[in-house]
Design a protein around this ligand. Structure first.
Ligand code: KG4
Ligand code: ZN
Length: 343
């Protein structure tokens, strides 16, 4: 008997990106993302504006995803949506829409944990893409999370280290804000870091035992460093922007790599992946690549399109859950807090 094609529509609306994707048997047919420019003016995501923008974007984004996939909505096998974690108002838009569409099309509904999705994006079927074998470690770095996760199976995940204050994406964005760069500043720091000397300035790194992280002290250290220098030279930032960005980036990457190295030693697992928005950072990508040679790790670096929030990662989890018949009931609801260990 010929195997049936399984078409999953993934819907992501946890923060400020409205995204829809269609996967056929785990392969991407479309992955549409609508960013919300509106937050740039406010220097950060404004939750109420985010939910309104999702409300406006969700229908056209889903229509475009289905159109680009070159299928009819009646061909869909199931719908996967982000249940959490995230901003409640944003999550509710995707959740309610997914529920209604699954009822209208009379197809199953699948709930997805956004943090698991960042990690499981490594299992999207791609040409020449090596998938990590179990168990593996994943450094999940985004605007809201910084975790080292041990993955024993698709849905068996354990956090073995995490930040006790700011997430690494926040450290990038807050530093960028102090430097006068627009939100989200992480990608800009990365861009300017490529043009500067990473060893120009030294910043004190946090002293944290074990595998946990802390980034709030670093942010304050950078603020005081800039205030001191601006007193002497009001043009300090504009004259040294590239070197400041390169030095900040080197410091953050060293903190992350140091903990990863400890995690590999502690667990004996040397298959190491990165995931989340900050895994787009060229500094961390290069350091991980180097670790293949210098530390003999096998590393898994996601394609850029799967690093920041996207619905293809939601759809691949939908596919994996579909294969396990893990479906939702009509009374399912969004949840702002959800641990990576919870499905
Ligand atoms: O995963 P994501 O899209 O959303 C959350 O779930 O948080 O991550 C967004 C974060 C932002 O803090 C953004 O500044 C950061 O990822 N980011 C970067 C880079 N690209 C995105 N940080 C540093 N370097 C980058 N290239
Ligand atoms: Zn995310």
């Amino acid at each position: 008997m010929k195997n049936k094609s399984i078409y999953i529509l993934g819907i992501e609306s946890s923060c400020d990106d409205t995204s829809a994707a269609v996967l056929c048997n785990g392969k991407i047919l479309s992955n549409v993302i609508a960013n919300q420019e509106i937050h740039t003016n406010y220097g950060g995501v404004v939750p109420e504006l985010a939910s309104r923008a999702h409300q406006q974007n969700i229908v056209p984004v889903i229509q475009e995803a289905i159109q680009r996939a070159n299928i009819d909505k009646k061909d869909l096998t199931a719908i996967a949506f982000t249940r959490g974690p995230g901003l409640m108002g944003s999550l509710l838009v995707g959740t309610s829409f997914s529920k209604s569409l699954s009822m209208a099309l009379e197809i199953p509904l699948i709930a997805v944990n956004h943090m698991q999705a960042h990690i499981l994006a490594h299992f999207i079927e791609e040409k020449n893409q090596q998938k990590p074998p179990f168990p593996f470690l994943c450094l999940t770095i985004s605007g809201g999370h910084t975790q080292i996760v041990k993955i024993t199976n698709y849905f068996e995940m354990e956090v073995i280290g995490e930040t006790l204050d700011d997430a690494v994406g926040e450290a990038f964005d807050k530093t960028a804000k102090i430097l006068g760069l627009p939100y989200p500043g992480g990608p800009l720091i990365d861009k300017y870091a490529q043009l500067g000397n990473p060893n120009t300035y030294q910043f004190t790194k946090p002293k944290m035992d074990g595998l946990n992280f802390s980034f709030s002290g670093l942010k304050t250290g950078i603020l005081y460093f800039l205030q001191r220098n601006l007193k002497e030279n009001p043009k300090f930032i504009e004259e040294n922007l590239y070197d400041i960005c390169a030095s900040v980036q080197r410091t953050i990457v060293e903190i992350l790599m140091d903990k990863l190295e400890k995690a590999v030693k502690k667990t004996g697992i040397s298959h190491v992946a990165i995931a989340g928005g900050v895994s787009a950072n060229l500094g961390i990508r290069k350091s991980l690549e180097n670790a293949e040679l210098t530390k003999k790790w096998t590393t898994y670096i996601p394609k850029f399109e799967f690093t920041t929030d996207n619905a293809a990662m939601i759809a691949i989890v939908g596919y994996l859950k579909y294969l396990e018949n893990d479906f939702e009931f009509d009374n399912t609801s969004a949840t702002a807090r959800l641990k990576v260990s919870e499905s």
